[in-house]
Design a protein around this ligand. Sequence first.
Ligand code: NA7
Length: 544
Amino acid sequence: MSHTQTLPKSLDAVIVGAGFGGMYMLHRLRGLGLSARIIEAADGVGGTWYWNRYPGARCDVESMQYSFSFDEALQQDWTWSERFAAQPEILRYANHVADRFDLRRDIAFETRVESATYDEATDRWTVRTDRGDVVSARFCIMATGCLSAARLPDIPGIGDFRGETYHTGYWPQQKVDFTGKRVAVIGTGSSAIQAIPVIAEEAAQVTVFQRTPNFSIPSRNAPMDEDYEQSWKSDYAAKRQQARAMRTGILYGINPQSAVEVDAAERTAEYERRWATGGTAFMGAYHDLILNKASNDTAAEFVRGKIRALVQDPETAEALAPKDHPIGTKRICVDTHYYETYNRPNVTLVNLRKHPIEAITATGIRTSDGEREFDAIVFATGFDAMTGTLLRIDIRGRGGRSLAQDWEHGPRTYLGLMIAGYPNLFTITGPGSPSVLSNMIVSIEQHVDWITGLLAHMQARGLGCVEATEEAQEAWVRHGMEVAERTLYPSAASWYMGANIPGKPRVFMPYIGGVGVYREKCDEIAAQGYEGFRLAAARAPAAA
Ligand code: NA7
């Protein structure tokens, strides 16, 4: 369906977003015989992988694991070309899924949902779009993504710059050519760390403006090894099952020992081995790296040592070595030659801790030590994570209550799946679920399967209304906070905490209890007749 076709006035379900979450949800709803449409702002599928087209964009979960498991033929047929897939290949995969399961006919592209309002008289949602559509649906499923609301910083003069500007999260579809240009990159999170080495190969000069350094582990990306691919494909079901039980939903070895239980030589050998293997599995070197500061310090110091060894200029190396947060408490980055890039003659690091940005001017960026001129500025300044995209939609629940008001002091959900006061509204990988702390596709499949199970349960009983109770939500929020407090995560000023957005409440948003534990909890709740949810017959006929 293209945007020129009108959306039906009445549906069983509206799904917001055609990323992996929305696409799989549509597929499963069809299986239940429900009428559903996805409403998508972009002109194509892929969500995060549609928007984040910046140079070097790549998944930090291995390709063999960052893919759907729900269809055996799909996982056998699809071939990944690299150990860690780059954005264009993941976007091709998303398009392949859309075609293979004939999803496009039920997607309204280039249409943005502006509001969703619950009608208590009928137990239905009224969804309004920027194209004037008004759709009534029994269920409204937010598959809006966790890192979709890109954020520009509040730097004075940001609108004055006359050169080219880009945000990594809204990268243009056509290739950007930096050849011969002086390029500024603001930010040193995952996106910048992936983009900088690639831009540096093309541009005349790259100047990186860093406020806070991050820890990054080399990816050791390589063309896909056929034997490795086969080792997964020949045993996919069992391997996926194991991955689902892991803390992160990613299958890699987690050493059950504590880092402080072993002697320094053994520890260094373990870190060296993980550094050589590459990727986020580094954090599995010892089970307590995110629990115990003394353990964490050993890993952090190891990586700082690597940075000092890789970067030739000692002052640059010191500026790049993170000291203000425990390793892993901000999303760990995975790179290809990031630190080495600072040895290139055309790459300069500006340490904003020493010389803060004062303003963006018509021709460049002024810091406290002077002005530098640029042809292009790349904002790699991140996202209003987890809640930003949801809160950009005017969501109104029971009695006209607004989600923006209800979440004024931070998001509150039951299991990250539903919100008390908002019946029949689901959030796929919402705050309060493992989401961004996990392999997103594993978490997406789990959420979609669980929602499908609940809807089937309701169908079988002729029910049309489900809502999380306040008590269950309260207990889940409290539990989430307690689990987070047992870890080092809350000690970092991270986007997990909302700390990257001025004025955003400081609440640890994802659930850190682990993907496996979380899944068990969700299954147990379902097995007990959906404990903590109120299920009822709808006040209007079930069929749309
Ligand atoms: P991140 O990780 O939020 O990184 C944003 C970066 O931008 C970070 O280094 C920020 O520094 C920097 N930033 C933000 N505002 C400013 C201003 N005003 N001045 C200077 N620097 C600034 O976003 P990414 O897109 O890299 O990654 C997001 C996730 O996507 C990532 O974790 C993966 O899961 C995929 P700060 O730390 O605030 O000092």
